[in-house]
Write a protein that binds this ligand. Structure first.
Ligand code: NDP
Length: 247
């Protein structure tokens, strides 16, 4: 199913060149949105994404760095116009039990997964309020809800996104701006392929549907939440996890 939107609104997808983000970028592009995808350092993947998707608005900056986000967004807005829809998708893991976790592992994960949500949302929310329309959709994780061994940093960041989004949803509700969260379970991407096969096998065995999720399911939900007609869904967290955690 593809459906062209009536108004070609501007979408920014952080970490939009690989994995879940690339599927979100491609889906939104296919629906007729003007899409900018950002990434951190994998130039090769970004080039491949550009060629495959036909999206040429691709920008490299660290979403954990406020000034870099401001500069990146200025370039995006110059090329495409004001940002109507922000998808906070960029994320990393640096797993370790807490008794072995370094401050660097903590900081990197909080910076990329949570500071980024403040940075990007803060920079676009004033414009959204003024224009009376906006959609902010952030990608959390099942592990922000359930907790996960070796992921105190990641779980804290992903749970933080949920609290942030509920509060922001209340602040902007009367301004035509909705704020929602998607909490995926295990989805087949590079991040999950990096898990040791014997551990991944055990993880899949515990998922009631007995398989990993696919990126399209997340992308379709983003499109639903971004829809102009959908101004009543806000402050919500959507679980897409094959029944693994029923919140
Ligand atoms: P990938 O590792 O496949 O892709 C991550 C993307 O984020 C890449 O484009 C990467 O850029 C970008 N990125 C990483 N760090 C930064 C940074 N500091 N600044 C800007 N961009 C950055 O991730 P997934 O697609 O698997 O995950 C996407 C999101 O979904 C993440 O937030 C993740 O936590 C969440 N999630 C994923 C699950 C899964 O099963 N895959 C499950 C639950 C949640 P580059 O290519 O340059 O490295």
């Amino acid at each position: 199913m593809t459906r062209k939107v009536e108004k070609a609104r501007v979408v920014v997808v952080t970490g939009g060149t690989r994995g879940i983000g690339a599927a979100i970028s491609a889906t939104m592009h296919s629906f007729g949105y003007k899409v900018a995808a950002t990434y951190m350092g994998n130039d090769k993947a970004a080039e491949t994404f550009k060629e495959n998707s036909g999206i040429d608005a691709v920008y490299k900056f660290d979403v954990g760095d406020y000034d870099a986000c401001a500069a990146g967004l200025a370039l995006i807005e110059k090329k495409l116009g004001s940002v109507d829809i922000l998808v906070n998708n960029a994320g990393i893991t640096r797993d370790s039990f807490l008794h072995k976790m370094t401050q660097q592992q903590w900081r990197e994960v909080i910076s990329t997964n949570l500071d980024s949500v403040f940075n990007m949302s803060r920079l676009v929310v004033e414009g959204m309020r003024e224009r009376g329309f906006g959609r902010i959709i952030s990608i959390s994780s099942i592990n922000g809800l359930s907790g996960a061994m070796g992921q105190t940093n990641y779980s804290a960041a992903k749970a933080g996104i949920i609290g942030f989004s509920k509060s922001l949803a209340l602040e902007v509700a009367a301004k035509g701006v909705t704020v929602n969260v998607i909490a995926p379970g295990y989805i087949e991407t590079d991040m999950v392929r990096a898990i040791a096969p014997e551990i991944l096998e055990k993880i899949v065995a515990k998922i009631p549907v007995k398989k990993l999720g696919n990126v399209q399911g997340i992308a379709r939900l983003v499109a639903f939440l971004a829809d102009e007609q959908n101004g009543f869904t806000t402050g919500a967290t959507f679980n897409i996890n094959g029944g693994q955690y029923l919140a």
